[in-house]
Design a protein around this ligand. Structure first.
Ligand code: GN1
Ligand code: MG
Length: 373
């Protein structure tokens, strides 16, 4: 995995970490994962006879405008899942927060940054692209169970950590505004991509949250947001809970297909490598319906084959908008990175369109089986 340079000094990170109930003597730290929004570190602490690992994360408060509300969601969701997993036999576990010395779920540093610490989950691995079909099946099952386990989350609805997160129509309008602004003079070089997006405008209205059951969903179900057990390969833990909020189950299903049933990385430059993989899709449909199938309404099942197109389109719109605005949102690690991401998404979208009837057939076949009738 590519290691990025830390934005924060070791002293700063240690100053933050000492506010949390961490066990042991600090040993070292490294940047962790490849999220596009938050900053994540892995911290190592020596204790009596072992090394304890913790995940320290800065919540990007430019993106998540209400970090306090977000952490309230995070605490409620992880507490609920922990209670569930304590009472049932499951291979899954939940992330668990380490509290601050003052009993809070987060710490705010002197620069105004919001930080949280979770226990590092030992024995799990994540994948940007699946190595085999089984991994996609396990991931789909884990995300399905995640949704299912949150159907009885007690209390008020979770807050929207990013309002209109999967409002595809708004994402389309955002692109048009960025074209209009042409802030950094990039429109001329991407006319083909803008045309592609405008030509598919109708996708913007195909999955509107208000037309589907409102559920507690994950909203960012990239394949690498689920840890699979290193040896058994089974789903272990769903991570990256910042966008868990009321939403539409189809966006979760679609985003997993976008990232797992695709033959290449999200930012692949060689577009010949970017293709939809039908056999992986079969595994995802099977895993998702096995876990969440009984929860879904008919209208959701009827849109499963279309959801990957909508979410792939939406990501293409977002990457292109960010490119036209000068890359303020998604982290980039090369010039034109958001452009590469856009091209890869639009190539995948074309492949999804070509396979649409096959995908409908696959969904029909699995959803008509007894278990979900
Ligand atoms: C962002 O930070 P990360 O990688 O978990 C983004 C997702 C996108 C994803 C694309 C809050 O997620 O919506 O699908 O990049 N998260 C947010 O890689 O915008
Ligand atoms: Mg995320």
């Amino acid at each position: 995995m590519l290691k990025v340079l830390s934005k924060f000094t070791q002293d700063h990170l240690l100053g933050v970490a000492k506010n949390f109930l961490i066990d042991g003597v600090f040993q070292s730290f490294e940047t962790h994962g490849n999220g596009n929004v938050n900053d994540t570190y892995l911290l190592y602490y020596d204790s009596a006879d072992c090394v304890n690992r913790y995940t320290l994360q800065r919540i990007n408060h430019e993106v998540f405008k209400n970090p306090v509300g977000l952490m309230e969601n995070f605490s409620r969701v992880t507490r609920h899942l922990q209670e569930k997993f304590a009472n049932v036999q499951s291979n899954l576990q939940s992330l668990s927060l380490i509290s601050t010395n003052k009993g809070k779920s987060f710490h705010q540093d002197s620069e105004g940054n919001y930080w949280r610490v979770t226990k590092f989950i030992d024995g799990g691995r994540s994948f940007d692209v699946p190595e085999n079909i089984q991994q996609a099946y396990q991931a789909a099952k884990a995300f399905g169970e995640f949704q299912l386990n949150l159907t009885d989350l007690p209390g008020d609805p979770l807050i929207d950590t990013i309002p209109d997160f999967h409002n595809t129509r708004m994402r389309f309008e955002d692109l048009l505004s960025a074209v209009e602004r042409d802030k950094v003079n990039r429109v001329a070089e991407v006319v083909d991509l803008i045309d592609f997006a405008v030509g598919r405008e109708s996708l913007s209205d195909k999955i509107k949250c208000e037309n589907f059951p409102l559920r507690v969903v994950h909203n960012d179900t990239k394949l690498n947001n689920v840890l699979l057990h290193k040896t058994t390969g089974e789903g272990m833990c769903v991570v990256d809970l910042d966008t868990v909020m009321p939403g539409c189950a189809l966006h979760d299903f679609g985003d997993l297909v976008r990232t797992a049933a695709c033959s290449a990385f999200e930012d692949e430059i060689d577009l010949d490598k970017v293709r939809f993989e039908a056999d992986v899709f079969v595994a995802i449909v099977r895993g998702y319906l096995e876990s969440a199938g009984n929860m879904l309404d008919q209208i959701e099942i009827e849109h499963l084959a279309l959801a990957p197109q909508v979410i792939t389109y939406e990501l293409g719109l977002r990457f292109l908008t960010d490119y036209l605005d000068g890359d303020p949102y998604f982290k980039i690690n090369r010039p034109g990175h958001n452009l590469d991401r856009t091209r890869a998404q639009f190539k995948l979208l074309t492949s999804l369109e070509e396979h649409f009837s096959k995908m409908e057939e696959i969904v029909r076949e699995f959803s008509s089986s007894k278990a979900f009738a």
